[in-house]
Write a protein that binds this ligand. Structure first.
Ligand SMILES: Nc1ncnc2c1ncn2[C@@H]1O[C@H](COP(=O)(O)OP(=O)(O)OP(=O)(O)O)[C@@H](O)[C@H]1O
Length: 244
């Protein structure tokens, strides 16, 4: 479970986070939805401990990220940019390397790598060099790296940005698989279809604050609209930054 409480963060003159509070539950996919500059990336960076909030706190499974960053990070996977794989390594080598970085010894890292390769059904590519991989194969490798230490929580910042339809579908299926396995999945997006199709809980944010939250159906009902996009526009008061 990921819980942020009254997070405030000023960057330069901008209040990037402005009293932000929400909870992302286990076994659910939670979407952070907001226009450009809403504070989504700042929020996720704070949850991962890359940024320190001015006040408020972020907890991973009840552990305060600022107070016990190493313990919190072991319970958290961060989906990396799939473009940044080490081209000369095979997924098995790459994933094992990150498993060891996360603190597993050599033999546990090897076994964890075998497990995640099976879990994500990627045995066919596990021993090929990443160089020349398709976007979907990169995605699987990146996701395997993020979850090899079996974190109960995973965060993804606009994971489908720049992806084609097939890769987007692969990623969706992988996120649904993680959800079915009981993980807490938190991702940011401005793609309405993706959020509507995937999320159990949607947190609509703007100006570093939560504007509304709930299931897609609850948000539509709350705004008196038929679709998430219409509800979003009504709640935010602008259609700036929406991707269909
Ligand atoms: N390093 C920085 N320097 C200056 N301003 C920043 C910096 N990082 C974030 N901000 C500002 O903080 C606010 C929140 O930015 P953030 O990147 O978190 O928004 P976002 O919701 O992820 O936006 P987008 O959807 O465009 O990626 C914005 O006004 C942004 O300009």
């Amino acid at each position: 479970m990921i819980k942020v409480t009254n997070l405030n963060k000023k960057i330069g003159d901008v209040n990037a986070l402005n009293g932000l509070s929400f909870t992302a539950q286990d076994g659910k996919i939670t979407g952070l939805l907001g226009p450009n500059g809403a504070g989504k990336t700042t929020c996720l960076r704070t949850v991962f401990g890359l940024l320190k909030a001015d006040s408020g706190n972020a907890e991973i499974d009840g552990i305060d990220v600022a107070k016990e960053p190493m313990v919190a990070k072991q319970k958290l996977g961060l989906f990396p940019d799939p473009c940044g794989l080490y081209e000369r390594l095979t997924p098995r080598e790459y994933i094992t390397f990150f498993a060891q970085l996360s603190g597993l010894n050599a033999s546990d890292a090897k076994q964890a790598t075998i497990d995640v390769i099976n879990k994500l059904a990627m045995n066919d590519i596990a021993d090929r060099r990443c160089q020349g991989f398709s976007q979907g194969q990169r995605m699987k490798t990146a996701l395997a790296q993020a979850v090899v230490h079996n974190p109960s929580n995973i965060i993804l910042d606009e994971p489908t940005r720049g992806l084609d339809v097939m890769s987007t579908r692969i990623l969706r299926e992988l996120l649904l698989l993680l959800k079915a396995q009981g993980h807490c999945v938190l991702f940011s997006s401005h793609v309405m279809q993706e959020v509507a199709a995937l999320c159990d809980h949607v947190v609509i944010m703007a100006n570093g604050q939560v504007i509304a939250q709930g299931s897609v159906a609850e948000l539509c009902e709350h705004a008196g609209k038929e679709t998430l996009e219409e509800a979003f526009v009504a709640l935010i008061g602008s259609d700036e930054g929406i991707a269909a």
